[in-house]
Ligand binder design. Structure first.
Ligand code: HEC
Length: 152
């Protein structure tokens, strides 16, 4: 009887940990996922600027806007340099010490992308002017909130 109970408990434990494991990411997995997404973000913007038609560019900028609006949520507390379980990140603790500034940097990015979206299909000079802001927005967040490169 004892064996039966023990294996029932074991089965339950395995079930519960499998269920939790599928939804909860480790801190490092959160970091890895957002770095991948950031890399894709740069690619999406490049593809937007090189799109053959305004319709194609519109579809791509929509993806970029969705990512930009998700940036803050991709930095939950406990996923920065020095946090438990985080072995490789460039996320500075100032992200959580100055959340209003971090959010403002993300909002500035989103605003620029929306101005690109609004300009698309119209005057080329306006589109170019909006694109010229993009790099400033990347740097405007990386400079205060991203630390030095981490080697493998
Ligand atoms: C609101 C803040 C913010 C904005 C805006 C932002 N980034 Fe980042 N980005 C970060 C942070 C913080 C990291 C470090 C993440 C980590 O290592 O956990 C990062 C990481 C990256 C990485 C991963 C590679 C590396 O060495 O860190 C790339 C690529 C990147 N960003 C590109 C861009 C580009 C291109 C833009 C603009 C189009 C941009 N980012 C805009 C905050 C931002």
């Amino acid at each position: 009887m004892r064996v039966v109970v023990a294996s029932a408990v074991l089965a339950l434990t395995v079930f519960v940990s499998a269920a939790c494991g599928s939804s909860a990411q480790t801190p490092q997995q959160v970091v890895d996922a957002r770095i991948e997404a950031m890399k894709k973000f740069g690619g999406t913007l490049k593809a937007t600027s090189q799109a053959a038609t305004p319709a194609e560019a519109k579809a791509k900028i929509a993806d970029a806007i969705a990512f930009s609006e998700s940036i803050v949520s991709r930095f939950p507390k406990g996923t920065g340099i020095g946090d438990a379980g985080v072995t490789k990140t460039r996320a500075l603790q100032d992200i959580w010490a100055k959340p209003a500034e971090f959010k403002a940097a993300a909002d500035a990015m989103t605003a620029t992308l929306k101005s690109i979206d609004a300009a698309l299909g119209g005057d080329k000079a306006a589109v170019d002017a909006a694109f010229a802001e993009v790099g400033k927005n990347c740097g405007g967040c990386h400079k205060p909130f991203r630390g030095p490169e981490v080697s493998e």
